[in-house]
Ligand binder design. Sequence first.
Ligand SMILES: Cc1cc2nc3c(=O)[nH]c(=O)nc-3n(C[C@H](O)[C@H](O)[C@H](O)COP(=O)(O)OP(=O)(O)OC[C@H]3O[C@@H](n4cnc5c(N)ncnc54)[C@H](O)[C@@H]3O)c2cc1C
Length: 385
Amino acid sequence: MTAGWDVIVVGLGGMGSAGAAHLASRGLRVLGLEQFQGAHDRGSSHGNSRIIRQAYFENPAYVPLLRRSYELYGDLNADDPGIFVQTGGLMMGSAGSAAVAGSLASAREWDLPHRMLDAGDIRRHFPTFTPTEDTVALYEERGGFVRPERTVLAHLRRATREGADLRSHQRVSGWSADRHGVTVTTADETFRADRLVLTPGAWAPDLLADLHPPLRVERQLLFWFQPVSGVGPFALGRAPIFIWESPSGQQLYGFPAIDGPGGGVKVAFYRNGRPADPDRLDRDIHSDEVEQMRRHLAGTVPALAGGTFLRGRACMYTCTPDLDFVIGTHPRHENVVVSAGFSGHGFKFVPVVGEIIADLACRGSTEHPIDLFAVDRFGGDGSAS
Ligand SMILES: Cc1cc2nc3c(=O)[nH]c(=O)nc-3n(C[C@H](O)[C@H](O)[C@H](O)COP(=O)(O)OP(=O)(O)OC[C@H]3O[C@@H](n4cnc5c(N)ncnc54)[C@H](O)[C@@H]3O)c2cc1C
């Protein structure tokens, strides 16, 4: 049995790496355990880019967190310039779509700078898109992208610099907690500390089994296409990030060409996955999946539909029934902090979640608005551990 830490963080992906960095910078002795290595591609935090935006169509309650996240991503940019890039963001659909109406509601409630565009404006400013006449858009200059792997690495470096002991290839098989502290076990070792932070991503159903969380792990795909006449019109500085909702509610999203002339353009469907087991994820991208994307692009971004498919990646969402996160103190263990269920939209919040985790682990509460994320809101009995 090894002891001597204030807090153990299990899972050093997006949220865990940020939590470890914030905890260590507050002077806590941190042990971080990760089953793979830093910035791996087997969880939910890989694929080169993640959308970040403030006029949040999902729910205006997220906006204060996004404002803080922007500040913290700004700090990370000082460590590694280019982690966070504002390209402008276009939320497209019919006027009544969630993407447009929801973004507008958030922008109005929080007085966020934005512009409304009609189909003609969209075609004129962003000629790669072919909107129908009834398509409109909310344009937000602050929209952009962050680099997930580099964000994780920046947080791991910060944590290490502040004295954290971070260990790769350590799969945690179990944990327990009582009022004297916590015990965490791997295949070879048992660790003791005062407090525990659980940030297991898609493995949350295992490590949080005692809470019976109604989480659904989904396989989600990313596609890179080389545009028909090159990446020129998609270049950084010309193209925005976008989310485009079809009349059926399906949301397509994409990025500028951020990986150079031969790197293609990344597009994906938001929430179009099938259930997955994180230890047996099908990582192959199948031809019918590429064709489904091509068909959708034919009516929206034709230069990609006709282009060359370069590559695809599988990634996982861990979805709650209401698609809001799960962040808080474990209902029966005040020395255990839970952070999971990011439902496919968590990366833009990574640094602020790190700060929240550190608040909760250090003093059991946070000033950030996290009521929406209550751990016990699904009525799990939380009785067995
Ligand atoms: C295709 C795709 C596109 C996305 N696009 C966006 C976007 O544009 N914008 C956005 O904001 N969000 C987006 N997201 C969501 C966002 O990336 C996730 O919400 C976020 O990465 C979740 O971070 P996490 O720390 O919970 O999970 P992870 O980063 O996967 O971290 C969990 C870590 O825990 C480790 N672990 C688990 N169990 C154990 C164990 N027993 N022992 C040791 N280690 C363990 C795992 O190996 C992993 O490293 C997207 C996600 C995907 C998959």
